[in-house]
Design a protein around this ligand. Structure first.
Ligand code: 5GP
Length: 120
């Protein structure tokens, strides 16, 4: 949901370099790294550099440049991992009922196997 941003959340600490990550990509707007508990052969998390709690927060408050930069970064990560041709899945859990555990907006990028069509 949209509460105050906790600067001690685990992704904030990764962004500050206080905790390690297996980095895949970084630019002015985004950082991408491998999920610590992968649910697919490729499971990468893409996070904006700005302090946004969730998709709800990011979509409401981020600048056009931040939004565009972030979306471009997600696409570049997928392309660079060779996933454009086989395909992939993007997921963003938002808030309690959305199953969000880490309160810094992130997009999950899943690929590397047939994921099927079952949602959610
Ligand atoms: P959420 O449920 O918030 O959408 O997903 C959080 C994700 O972050 C989970 O898939 C979890 O495995 C991952 N995660 C949690 N802590 C860490 C960490 O310290 N490092 C990395 N790389 N991933 C983490």
């Amino acid at each position: 949901g949209i509460g105050p941003y906790d600067p001690q959340n685990i992704f904030a600490r990764i962004l500050r370099g206080e905790l390690p990550c297996k980095k895949v990509y970084e630019d002015a707007y985004a950082l991408a790294f491998h999920d610590i508990a992968p649910k697919a052969p490729v499971h990468v998390l893409v996070i904006p550099k700005g302090a946004y709690v969730s998709f709800a927060d990011f979509s409401a408050k981020a600048s056009e440049a931040e939004i565009a930069g972030f979306i471009r970064a997600v696409g570049m990560v997928a392309r660079d991992l060779g996933l454009d041709a086989p395909g992939y899945r993007l997921v963003s859990n938002t808030g309690a009922e959305g199953g969000q555990e880490v309160p810094h907006f992130h997009v999950h990028l899943f690929g590397g196997r047939a994921l099927g069509s079952m949602l959610p």
